[in-house]
Design a protein around this ligand. Structure first.
Ligand SMILES: NC(=O)c1ccc[n+]([C@@H]2O[C@H](COP(=O)([O-])OP(=O)(O)OC[C@H]3O[C@@H](n4cnc5c(N)ncnc54)[C@H](O)[C@@H]3O)[C@@H](O)[C@H]2O)c1
Ligand SMILES: [Zn+2]
Ligand SMILES: [Zn+2]
Length: 375
């Protein structure tokens, strides 16, 4: 069938809205009519050339929609099901899934090429002689897309898809970065560096895990303002100020953890976070840097202060259980989702949405299919 989607033909480059052909759903595939898709910084890394992109690439890895087609011999799914996409699939059978670490599922290795497990592409560009890679196997920036059932979480139909779509990347990643990766526990002092779509949820996660002090750092006033409504106990424009405050709260020791959620990871961010934590503290690196960058921290301090640098993909979450858990927290009013969406855009304005992300004009921008801009 035909659809339209935002495709990157070159990197660096801009998103182009083009006609696409979507394959027929095969076994374990769902055809999904998208309702909303979040503008995560990870798609923008490809647009900016921070990492090598599989091109052409139909973007988008955060989103939700309604199932309009189910592959043959695919039990448990029906047309009309509401689904949130998980940006990492979970096969349920590999070593990682079986040991409760679905964020590391072996199916993830195919996502780098934007293909399915068998190497096939499921989108193409009519009239042109090439297949189109799918961002994380999803391509949520398409009006209709084809996804593997391993990346779809069915949700109750009364939940607003325009809000709960964020649990499939930004919320799960940020929240899990605090709850799972930083191992935040009651009474702790936590620094969240960068409070965009991901960091905002690290703030919420730190609050849920019982942190006494959640120090949120962002140079952009809008981000600091929203962070305050999500549970940040104090906000700062620079890491220097947050480090001073963390030390003053902890008798000079430093924060228990620092979670890095900046737009593009730089070596300086890691050095500042490393400096900010106490002995045996944890730096969580959630932000993505340039593909060929290496990092350096002080070697003796790493060893003698027993510090930990913890990488974190999808916040160490298990989407099959953590997305429903987050939806329960949303229903009960303790996880805020509606408040994260500060601007929505029609698909045609996607480049404006990303420009606004860079200008600090949105917290989480949202593509709403068939709607007009509220930026
Ligand atoms: N590890 C994962 O699984 C995962 C998943 C999704 C996104 N990400 C990555 O997380 C990062 C954040 O994504 P996002 O969508 O929230 O981006 P975003 O652009 O919405 O937010 C980044 C924020 O960092 C702030 N910032 C920039 N430099 C800063 C500094 N020196 N100190 C403090 N704040 C600073 C910006 O003002 C902005 O508010 C990106 O690198 C993204 O690719 C990782
Ligand atoms: Zn993302
Ligand atoms: Zn698996």
């Amino acid at each position: 069938m035909k659809t339209r989607g935002a495709v990157l033909f070159e990197s660096p480059g801009a998103w182009e809205i083009v006609d696409l052909e979507v394959g027929e759903p095969r076994q374990n595939e769902l055809l999904v009519e998208m309702v909303a898709a979040g503008l995560c910084h990870s798609d923008d890394h490809y647009a900016k050339g921070d990492a090598p992109a599989p091109l052409p690439l139909a973007g988008g890895h955060e989103g939700a929609g309604v199932v309009v087609g189910v592959g043959p011999h695919t039990p448990g799914w029906s047309e009309g099901d509401h689904v949130v996409m998980s940006f990492l699939p979970a096969c349920g059978r590999c070593r990682w899934c079986a040991s409760g670490r679905q964020n590391l599922c072996d199916m993830g290795r195919y996502l780098r090429d934007g293909t399915r497990e068998d190497g096939s592409f499921r989108l193409s560009h009519p009239g042109h002689d090439h297949d189109i890679a799918q961002m994380c196997g999803l391509s949520t920036f398409c009006e209709t897309t084809l996804v593997d059932t391993a990346a779809a979480i069915r949700v109750e139909p009364d939940l607003p898809l325009t809000s709960v779509c964020l649990t499939g990347c930004g919320v799960g990643t940020g929240w899990g970065s605090a709850v799972n990766s930083a191992e935040v526990s009651p009474g702790q002092t936590v620094i969240v560096m960068g409070v965009g779509g991901i960091g905002a949820n690290a703030v919420q996660g730190a609050r849920h895990a019982g942190a006494a002090h959640v120090l949120a750092v962002d140079p952009v006033p809008l981000k600091r303002e929203v962070a305050g409504t999500l549970g940040a106990t104090e906000t700062f424009e620079t890491m220097g100020e947050a480090i001073d405050r963390a030390r003053s709260l902890t008798n000079g020791q430093g924060a228990d953890s620092a979670i890095i959620c900046t737009g593009v990871l730089l070596g300086d961010h890691v050095r500042q976070a490393f400096d900010s934590i106490r002995k045996a503290g944890i730096v969580v690196v959630t932000a993505l840097g340039h593909a060929d960058d290496d990092l350096a921290v002080n070697a003796r301090e790493l060893t003698l202060f027993h510090k930990r640098i913890q990488g974190s993909v999808f916040g160490g979450s298990n989407p099959t259980c953590d997305i429903p858990l987050m939806l329960d927290l949303y229903r009960s009013g303790s996880l805020l989702l509606d408040e994260l969406i500060t601007a929505s855009y029609p698909l045609e304005d996607i480049n404006q949405g990303y420009a606004d992300l860079h200008n600090g004009r949105n917290m989480r921008g949202l593509i709403t299919f068939g709607a007009s801009s509220t930026a």
